[in-house]
Design a protein. Sequence first.
Length: 155
Amino acid sequence: MQRNFDLQRGVGGHSRRYSLFELGASYVSISTMSRERRRGVGCRAQGKETAEMAHVLDGTGSVTTVEPTKETRSEEDLDLPWQVVVHNDPVNLMSYVTMVFQRVFGYPREKAERHMLEVHHNGRSILWAGMREPAELYVQQLHGYLLLATLEKVS
């Protein structure tokens, strides 16, 4: 919600129009704010990080302190190896795909060409296996080079 109001300033008697925005309950702040008067500035906000609590601004503009929820994943999801799989596409040149494999994974030319030929002949190649987060990063990098890549769990 936006509210407009006029504020009379002391210097020169000029008035200024300001807008006040109220945030809905879906906005969460993870730091505490303190206001401190400074000459000529108005107010200043200083953040102090807290790990134990979060401050939520509700629809009325009041602040409520809540404990943050933690994202939990089963250890099975984190421990299982994940595979980065590249699929064949009729658009990219073989030399381009080889170059991408060298840049993203640091493969020597021979290994990159071997994977490129596997993609060309078999329609897919498993380029890397390991923990989920690095695998997601590799898939994202391959998408940046416009290659079709997926992330699969090892069964």
